[in-house]
Design a protein around this ligand. Structure first.
Ligand SMILES: N[C@@H](CCC(=O)N[C@@H](CS)C(=O)NCC(=O)O)C(=O)O
Length: 289
């Protein structure tokens, strides 16, 4: 669990915020996951949109709240929480009904959320290659410099995760997402989906007969990968049906609906990649069997 100390929060005004406040971005997968969780719990919350497309997450005001420069961030009664899965665990404790962690399976649920978080850079990798064109996704070097130089701390020490973020975006600026990176990321997802396909043959949800936070987390990844062109219907038909049934529910659907201009852009990207034989399925060798 990543916890901020009082001294890590340089934007002091948020410490006076009462109630539930979420700093988030409409198209961010971790923000979508958190918003679906809030919807299902029926929690009232105040929205603070952080425009990642304008790199508002590297502005001093936001870095003073989350020195890691990432959304979502929860401010609950003046306490700042970062890392989406820690945010969900906190909200589950603060708002236990309706429960989204199956009874007696708290540790297993947290482990499954950790496995999901471990694939976060993989979902970003596939997004930046197959959903958003590089010209739109690239960070300005000025923003990255501000981020790199920011002296913010996490838990009172310089943030070790920051280097991972910087390396991702610096590599992306140099070479985009390479075929090898796309293949490795798609392969890691394929292995998990092959594992969860079996249970979904017999049960409605990933942890059994009841919907849980693990379904929310994997719904988000599955949605993003579908947008990227991952062939769920042919490779993992039970995952596909599970995903489609969640997508029919408004608390899920409304959080992941991409704005029309982005849908047009992604369709154009896919049309171009199809002509070049460079779709996700082709690049990552995703065939049936
Ligand atoms: N492990 C973090 C990952 C958060 C993360 O990477 N958020 C992305 C959006 S999904 C972000 O803020 N990216 C910054 C950017 O794109 O500049 C969490 O679960 O909260």
């Amino acid at each position: 669990m990543t916890e901020l100390l009082d001294e890590d929060v340089k934007t002091r005004e948020v410490l006076a915020w009462q109630g539930v406040h979420l700093l988030h971005f409409r198209g961010s997968s971790c923000s979508q996951k958190t918003r679906i969780f809030l919807n299902l719990k029926g929690i009232d919350w105040v929205s603070h949109h952080v425009d990642l497309a304008r790199q508002a997450n590297y502005e001093p005001w936001f870095l003073g709240i989350n020195p890691r420069g990432l959304v979502p961030v929860l401010v609950h009664d003046g306490v700042v929480h970062i890392e989406s899965n820690d945010i969900l665990a906190h909200l589950e404790e603060a708002f236990p009904e309706p429960s989204l962690i199956p009874e007696g399976r708290h540790d297993e649920t947290l482990r499954r959320l950790e496995e999901e978080d471990d694939l976060h850079l993989d979902v970003r990798t596939l997004t930046m290659r197959f959903v958003i064109p590089k010209a739109l996704a690239q960070k300005k070097s000025r923003s990255l410099d501000t981020y790199e130089r920011d002296p913010g701390t996490v838990g009172g020490s310089p943030d070790t995760h920051k280097q991972v973020e910087l390396e991702f975006w610096q590599s992306f600026a140099r070479q985009g997402i390479t075929d090898a990176q796309a293949q490795a990321s798609a392969g890691r997802f394929r292995r998990v989906y092959e594992r969860i396909e079996g249970p979904l043959r017999e049960q409605s949800y990933l942890m059994g007969p009841e919907l849980s936070v693990v379904d929310i987390a994997w719904f988000i990844y599955t949605h993003r990968l579908s947008e990227a062109g991952y062939p769920f219907a042919s490779l993992h038909p039970h995952v596909h049906s599970w995903y489609r049934s969640l997508l029919r529910r408004e608390p899920f659907a409304k959080e992941v609906r991409a704005p029309l201009p982005l849908r047009v852009i992604t369709s154009g990207l896919h049309a171009l990649q199809a002509v070049q034989g460079r779709s996700l399925a082709r690049v990552a060798g995703l065939q049936e069997g």
